[in-house]
Design a protein around this ligand. Sequence first.
Ligand SMILES: *C/C=C(C)/C=C/C=C(C)/C=C/C1=C(C)CCCC1(C)C
Length: 246
Amino acid sequence: MFQNLLQIHAIANNNYVAFTFFVGTMAMMAACVFFFFEMSNVDKKWRTSILVSGLITFIAAVHYYYMRGYNLETGESPVFFRYVDWILTVPLMCVEFYLITKKAGGKIGLLWQLIGASVVMLVTGYIGEAIYGKETQSWIWGLISGIAYFYIVYLVWFGEVASLARTGGPAVQKAVKSLGWFVLVGWAIYPIGYIAGTEGGLFGMKMFQGLSMDIVYNIGDAINKIGFGLVIYALAQSDKSAIQNA
Ligand SMILES: *C/C=C(C)/C=C/C=C(C)/C=C/C1=C(C)CCCC1(C)C
């Protein structure tokens, strides 16, 4: 109890990083409860998508709880928990794209392409942070990770995801477009954190110095995990009203 009070004191006083972990935990928990409860309020065919949104925020809530504690006790970045969270939640976001486009004929091979690219993106990012984070060559790992990231952007904006979305009807097309913006702009927050937090910077150039890697990542997660889920929720809702109005 006393220990808890000390921690709360540390959070409330001046530890902004720990504070964002704390708020992140709450936000992920709230979003998770929302998605689970709303599952029964959407058309049956969207239920699995909403369930996956709930799982993404649930997994994040648990990791945020641990990352908060780790950061408070050691004062360091919880690199390991962070990447365990991502390696579980990013493939689930790929599943969301698959579930949406499946109704327009999307094949399982597309899901594996998306998951494969995200695993390359995250494993190289982890090597860059955990092993080479304090050395200049960390930028090379960031670059490889960035290439895998752009491949995902390509698939969503110009590749198979985009072409399937065009045949899936206006609601699906609109949702894939919104999710595409999340991948292009929302996910681009992460490399900023990486550049700020590793020694190699951007191709060896030092940038974004003074920014806290963890705060950048935490903002990115809140936008992407909760926002992404809300776009899918909105899609499910608009599809429901389309049926009721017909
Ligand atoms: C819920 C978590 C999400 C959506 C995490 C996404 C993470 C990324 C898009 C990370 C990308 C990175 C790069 C593109 C280059 C530098 C290394 C990473 C792993 C931070």
